[in-house]
Design a binder for this molecule. Structure first.
Ligand SMILES: Cc1cc2nc3c(=O)[nH]c(=O)nc-3n(C[C@H](O)[C@H](O)[C@H](O)COP(=O)(O)OP(=O)(O)OC[C@H]3O[C@@H](n4cnc5c(N)ncnc54)[C@H](O)[C@@H]3O)c2cc1C
Length: 309
């Protein structure tokens, strides 16, 4: 299983595959399970459908590692348009951005300016989420995040439970009253910096999650969100919330579109905060292959599509 995950994560960065695999109809059919479509309009329709079920949404325009300033400005302008459309339609949808898409590889100041334009366009009541990418970006991402948070309280960051460093990063961030989305982590990281075994990642996740819920209850954290589809882990957090007599709405679970739909609806019905991350855009190959790596059974689903009409 670990070997399969490593192979898929290596494939997610393969340029040849990125250019060619996206043209195969069976690959396109498979990705549609995780994306309502490539366009913003498709994402907006999905958000309206989710809202009928009391499920919130977060949009992300797929892409990473842009290599020129014009492209990063285009992505920034796109997000400004997204926010305008969301506000016009009165949707409770937020957005989540990757800093390498806003020019982090080009210059941190330039990236910060792009992020700042986006935050300024967002309502102060909604969070602009910042994704966490591979480990070589963690320091730069946290630096830009703290810089933004000092000026704008409505910005959130993703932290990854597989990294040993995250316990300390979380403790440092709590001094700034952050919003945090905790995930397990989606990249191929060496055992020198990340827990190689799933049970260790899960235990670290629960310890960090409890710390976030305590901080939220003490007013040290604006939003404590849990980006996971792991039902046994969600049960442990639900039990903790009940045991500590925290309001059910303190439990905010964010999942990806198309995964564990029944659980997304159950959480919303139970009075927890249930949110779905809706990805769209044409640059879906690396993102899609990371989804395959999370659950190699998805590969069989893709292979079945080879034979589907
Ligand atoms: C809202 C959100 C935002 C994210 N943002 C980031 C980010 O910024 N940076 C980052 O590194 N990672 C991010 N991730 C990905 C995350 O790190 C994990 O790779 C991913 O969520 C899978 O881990 P899991 O917690 O669901 O647990 P796992 O232990 O991987 O899975 C638990 C169970 O969930 C189901 N499941 C999980 N993944 C899939 C899948 N792809 N298809 C079908 N079923 C599945 C399976 O039933 C599996 O047994 C994000 C995830 C979510 C939900």
């Amino acid at each position: 299983m670990a070997l399969m995950r490593s192979m898929l994560l290596a494939a997610s960065q393969n340029v040849w595959l990125r250019q060619h695999a996206v043209n195969f109809p069976f690959v396109r059919r498979s990705v549609s399970r995780f994306m309502p479509g490539e366009t913003l309009d498709a994402a907006l329709v999905a958000a309206q459908g989710l809202l009928h079920k009391q499920i919130g949404s977060v949009f992300t325009h797929l892409g990473e590692n842009v290599s020129d300033r014009e492209e990063a400005r285009k992505v920034t302008n796109h997000y400004l348009e997204v926010l305008d459309r969301i506000h016009q339609m009165n949707l409770p949808t937020e957005i989540s951005v990757k800093l390498t898409q806003l020019g982090l590889d080009l210059a941190p100041d330039f990236c910060f300016e792009n992020l700042e334009r986006i935050i300024q366009r967002e309502s102060p009541k909604a969070i602009v989420w910042v994704d966490m990418e591979a480990s070589n970006y963690v320091d730069a991402t946290l630096e830009i995040y703290k810089r933004a948070l000092k000026r704008y309280p409505n910005v959130g960051i993703c932290l990854q439970a597989y990294l040993y460093r995250t316990k300390k990063d979380l403790a440092d961030l709590l001094a700034f009253r952050p919003s945090i989305r905790l995930v397990k982590g989606a990249y191929n990281e060496p055992p020198s910096i990340a827990y190689p075994k799933k049970p260790d990642v899960d235990e670290n996740y629960v310890a960090l999650a409890k710390e976030m819920l305590r901080a939220k209850s003490a007013g040290q954290c604006v939003r404590a969100a849990f980006g996971t589809h792991d039902i046994s882990l969600i049960r442990r957090l639900t039990d903790y919330v009940a045991q500590e007599r925290l309001p059910k709405t303190d439990l905010e679970v964010q999942m990806l579109y198309g995964i564990q739909r029944a659980e997304q609806e159950r959480l919303a019905r139970d009075g927890c905060r249930s949110i779905v991350l809706v990805a769209y855009g044409t640059y879906w190959y690396p993102w899609f292959v990371r989804r395959l790596a999370e659950r190699p059974a998805n590969l069989w689903f893709m292979l079945r599509n080879v034979f589907a009409s």
